[in-house]
Design a protein around this ligand. Structure first.
Ligand code: ADP
Ligand code: MG
Length: 423
């Protein structure tokens, strides 16, 4: 998640897409806890279960007389959505699990479609005295890892920054030396940690920083980090995301991927070597390069439309690759118009045009298709489109392309321009 401290840039569309851009991998709470505990962060005893019976069995193994059953989904806000339940008996654990397994949990972070619950984490219930917020993020302006913390744990950082902005402590880490003891102590004092607990807090902070750095994380969030009645500091929740591009260096982390939690459209694209981002509008976008994708999204919004997704075909895309991209974009039920926007440097407009023609001949496409080509071999590309005999709407500038795409689906009179598949 993008922290509110981060400046919003170039229109709201850009910030939405950069938040949603999938160049990171999320893991579950129980996995993040396991990772962090290997770096010296203390957690409560807990175990994973795949069925209500197994959950009750796990609780008996853990011992004690109260437990918390926690739905494992890639999203926060589970507590308020019924995904975290305090239980005091076998029966309560089974009943809590019956309500979770196989259901979709909808929290403010999942989107309306929710995320499927296929595993739960059973954890010993902890007597909480204080809840602290602790997050580590990449701060783009200082180009450093930034530690963000607050005494107002349990609340989301977005709410803290609105309701209790003064409670937020921020501290950036100098990468050449890492998180220093004095710096960790300063953060602890700013959070009002009692002197006997400062050493534990320093260990927690240093552990989180080392996990972040050593594993190429993009975010670590412990909310809440709690202080218990008996003077322990425990990570009661944990969230980590990792940089996709660095996963090759951490096979033990890439194994933690859980595709059941990802947008199926995005994982299908990733499996085909294409990078795809699903959004909520109805104009499908095929572009080359993330920067052009951002500009395309913004221009669609400026023209009064909403992007349904964007698919980046990358550089040097062959006609086959473009056709594959088309099929993926069209598999999104929300798509009511397609905008192809290519600025060809390494790419070739003629190949892109061939790919578009190939896809339109193969796939049943009954929505308007707008194509804007610029750059290498543009004339050849235009000729291929024109000679195909397909009712492709062509545009010269990006603004014109966006207006045509938005106009094409919003204006029923333009029905005539709809492309019918030529089998
Ligand atoms: P989410 O952030 O998705 O809502 P959390 O793991 O933060 O999920 O749990 C929500 C709340 O439930 C926490 O703020 C904490 O108050 C409580 N909670 C979570 N785990 C435990 C536990 N083991 N013992 C006692 N309370 C817990
Ligand atoms: Mg939480």
């Amino acid at each position: 998640r993008v922290l509110p401290s981060e400046p919003k840039r170039i229109g709201d569309c850009c910030s939405v897409t950069s938040e949603r851009r999938k160049n990171t991998m999320d893991i579950h709470e129980y996995q993040a806890k396991d990772v962090l505990s290997n770096f010296g962060v203390t957690i409560a005893p807990g175990a994973l279960a795949y069925s209500p019976e197994q959950a009750a069995y796990r609780a008996r193994e853990l011992g004690g007389d109260s437990w918390v059953v926690k739905a494992q989904v890639h999203a926060g806000g589970r507590g308020k959505a019924g995904g975290v339940k305090l239980c005091q008996s076998d029966q309560e654990i089974q009943a809590a699990c019956e309500d979770m397994f196989g259901k979709k949990l909808v929290t403010h972070q999942t989107g309306p479609q929710g995320k499927g619950i296929y595993r739960v984490y059973v954890e010993a219930a902890v007597p909480i005295e204080r809840e602290i917020y602790l997050g580590l993020v990449l701060d783009r302006s200082s180009q450093r890892v930034m530690i963000v913390a607050s005494q107002e744990g349990g609340m989301e950082i977005e709410d803290i920054s609105v309701e209790k902005p003064d409670s937020i402590v921020r501290s950036t880490v100098e990468p050449a030396v890492g998180l220093q003891e004095f710096q960790a102590r300063e953060i602890s004092f700013a959070l009002g940690i009692e002197p006997p607990l400062v050493q534990q807090m320093v260990r927690t902070l240093k552990g989180c920083y080392r996990a972040f750095r050593d594993l190429d994380a993009t975010m670590v969030e412990i909310n809440p980090l709690v202080i218990t009645g008996d003077g322990r500091i425990l990570a009661l929740d944990a969230k980590m995301t990792f940089d996709d591009n660095a996963l090759f260096r951490h096979p033990q982390i890439s194994e933690l991927r859980d595709k059941s939690q990802e947008d199926p459209r995005e994982s299908r694209a990733a499996d085909r070597g294409l990078s795809y981002v699903g959004l909520d509008g109805n104009i499908g976008c095929i572009v080359n390069g993330a920067g052009l994708a951002m500009a395309t999204m913004d221009t669609i919004k400026l023209a009064g439309g909403e992007p349904a997704n964007f698919l980046d075909i990358g550089g040097g895309a062959t006609p086959e690759r473009v056709a594959k991209a088309f099929r993926l974009v069209m598999s999104d039920q929300n798509v009511q118009a397609v905008l192809v926007n290519i600025f060809a440097g390494i790419n070739r407009c003629d190949w892109v045009a061939e790919g578009v023609v190939q896809a339109l001949k193969e796939v049943q496409i009954d929505v308007p298709v707008v194509v804007r080509l610029a750059g290498t071999n543009v004339q050849e590309g235009q000729r291929i489109l024109a000679q195909s005999g397909l009712p492709i709407i062509r545009a010269t500038t990006l603004m014109e392309a966006a207006e045509r795409a938005v106009g094409a689906w919003s204006n029923d009179l333009k029905q005539a321009t709809r492309v019918r598949a030529v089998q």
